[in-house]
Each structure stands twice: as C-alpha cells, then as structure tokens.
Design a protein around this ligand. Structure first.
Ligand code: SF4
Length: 239
C-alpha cells in the first residue's frame, strides 16, 4: 500500500536518513526571499489571555468571529483546521486558498491530494492527523501572508498546539516554517533539521509545501527524507 502512495509522490525507493542536527531555538538568519509589501492596518489583536482559556469549540467560534486583521473583510468563511483533535501529528500550512475557503477545510484540491498521499506514505490516514494553517482567513489573490496578519492570528495557532499537544509538528512551506520558527532562514537551511516549538519540548520539522512539490516534483525526494525524520521522532527512533 505504501509503495502505491510513494509512487504518487514520485518516489520509488525508501531512503533512510538521520536528522542532520538537533537545534533548539532559531537558526542563523539569512536574507529573506523577495516578498510583495502590502500595507495593512491591524484592527485589534485577539486577547491571548482569553484565547488561552478556550476549549476546541470555543476557540473555533472565536476564530469565526475574529476581526483582528484586515483579512476578515474579504473572507467568506474562516478555515479553522480539520482532523483528529488528539492526533500525534499536527501539520501546519500557510493560509487557505480559494478552494479551502469554499469548503472550510485546509488543503483541498491538488495540493490537498498530494498532502494526503504524503500522509498515507507515512502509514497514516488523513483523519488521524490534525491539519491547520498559520492564518485562518484567505489572503486575497493568494498573496503571501504579511507579518501583522501572522502576528494577529498566532494566538489561535498557539492555543491549537496547546490543546492538541502533538508529538510532532510538521510545517509545510517557507512561510509557515519562518513564521512558526520565528526565523528568516530559507527552506534549504531549515528542512531536514529538528527544532522545538518555542519554549516547549514539542519537536518541529519543516518540509516543502505540496503546492511547491507539484511545481518542482524533483524535490519530492527531499520532502520524503524530511517526513522520515519526523516519523523517526514519533516512533522514538530519534529525538
Ligand atoms: S486571519 Fe486570523 S487574525 Fe486575521 S481575521 Fe482571520 S482569524 Fe482573525
């Protein structure tokens, strides 16, 4: 069964690889990739003390009602997250796109199909993991999230992590990786390493976003190696 999913990922051979290193904290920053500057006015920031008290349904309601950044004005609905709320695996992407906003779930469409193949290649089902994004509202024109939006939305993500207490956080793509790890380092320097989520002991591994892998299928092998690092952590073969 796994071979079938590996074939979908364009991978025909299992390659085992140990983590390059264990890093606690941030990696050495490098110049950020070029991004489009977008002016933004933050209306308000969610009260993090209040968010910290919320259970799953209350948190989801709080996200639905949120007007903390300008993205609330153009959204048709928020995309909170989906999956098993006691999962070992938490997978975090960037932000909902058009299809995700329409369906109210993260990682739909072709990217979602590839992500499902990646999850199944690891011997899991999609409903056994929890999937969300750093932003719960869709940025217009699929542009990258800006810093103020990420800051405004982070209290929700942090509370999701607290509630879930995953054994591993898997970050998909540069924006999610730089945001959660609070670094400007590039993906080539982030992936393949093991980090910790802020002041916690929760291990974090970053890999390439499925949308990027669809454009650059030659990178799937590197992504599979990253997934194996994360699998080894969850199985206790690596720390
Ligand atoms: S992106 Fe996050 S902070 Fe901004 S309005 Fe949506 S839920 Fe609120």
């Amino acid at each position: 069964m796994r071979e079938q999913y590996l074939q979908e990922m364009g991978i025909t051979r299992w390659v085992r690889r140990e983590p390059d290193s264990v890093v606690v904290g941030n990696v050495v920053p490098e110049p950020a990739e070029e991004t489009t500057e977008v002016e933004l006015t933050v209306v308000q920031t969610p009260d993090s003390h209040m968010v910290n008290e919320l259970d799953w349904p209350e948190l989801q309601q709080q996200v639905s009602d949120c007007v903390a950044c300008d993205l609330h004005a153009s959204r048709s609905q928020t995309v909170f997250g989906a999956g098993y709320q006691q999962a070992d695996w938490m997978i975090i992407g960037e932000a909902p796109g058009n299809e995700e906003e329409q369906q109210g779930e993260p990682f739909m469409g072709q990217s979602g199909q590839l992500l499902t193949a990646m999850i199944e290649a690891m011997g899991l089902k999609r409903e056994q993991v929890y999937i969300t994004n750093i932003l719960k509202c869709r940025p217009p024109e699929n542009r990258d999230p800006v810093k103020d939006e990420i800051l405004a939305c982070h209290a929700f993500l942090r509370r999701q992590i607290e509630l879930l207490q995953p054994k591993i956080i898997l970050l998909l793509g540069r924006v999610a990786a730089q945001s959660v790890l609070d670094t400007d380092a590039l993906m080539k320097d982030i992936h393949g390493k093991v980090f910790k989520y802020k002041e916690t002991e929760i291990p974090v591994v970053a890999t390439y976003h499925p949308a990027y892998l669809l454009r650059a299928p030659g990178e799937k092998r590197k992504a599979w190696q990253d997934l194996q690092i994360a699998m080894n952590i969850v199985s206790g073969e690596a720390t």
